[in-house]
Unconditional design. Structure first.
Length: 190
């Protein structure tokens, strides 16, 4: 996405909203953003743009060929991060088909259960805070008092356990959730 200085929403505000989200709305927060800045933009302006979440900053005036090259460079950097297949312990996820299996047995998940599982599987031994998961999976900006995450995690845990993946979707009391307990288990595949 190219963002210039817009009269209603300055580029930095657009970057901030893109990265943080808005209550009740969801979109890909990792969409690549290039800010088209003013010619008078100094180093402080560029740093602020990067702090708000832009991937590149191109001051005006710019050459068309340079802008196209920067777009291609940003796309190259952002595309490889999406792995098509994720595996942690007995759980395997094929993102292209949205197929989840446990030791070869297909597990049917709701859309949010699937998104939660994918988020946890990106770093299976890492503890994701409840705030992170609510923001990244549900698009919540503020934590508030909700049991949405806990109820989805509980259903996901039961479905995986029925398929043979016990000890998955672990609650770390007072913090959040992780998919798998330890590193060796995360590496093992069925």
């Amino acid at each position: 996405m190219l963002v210039g200085g817009l009269p209603d929403a300055p580029a930095l505000e657009v970057c901030r909203v893109l990265r943080e989200g808005e209550p009740g709305r969801s979109w890909d927060r990792d969409v690549p953003v290039i800010v088209l800045g003013e010619a008078r933009a100094d180093a402080v302006d560029r740093v602020h743009a990067f702090e708000r979440g832009c991937d590149d900053f191109v001051p005006r005036p710019f050459h068309y060929e340079e802008l196209v090259a920067r777009i291609h460079a940003v796309l190259r950097r952002t595309q490889p991060g999406l792995r098509e297949r994720l595996a942690a312990g007995p759980v395997a996820i094929d993102r292209a088909t949205r197929l989840v299996t446990v030791r070869g047995l297909t597990v049917a998940l709701s859309a949010k259960e699937y998104e939660l599982l994918v988020k946890l599987a990106t770093q299976p031994t890492r503890v994701f805070t409840k705030e992170e998961l609510l923001r990244d999976v549900w698009g919540f900006r503020s934590h508030g008092r909700t049991r949405t995450l806990d109820s989805h995690a509980s259903r996901l845990r039961r479905k995986l356990a029925r398929a043979g993946a016990v000890d998955c979707v672990l609650n770390v009391w007072g913090v959040g959730y992780r998919l798998i307990a330890d590193y060796e288990e995360a590496l093992s595949t069925a």
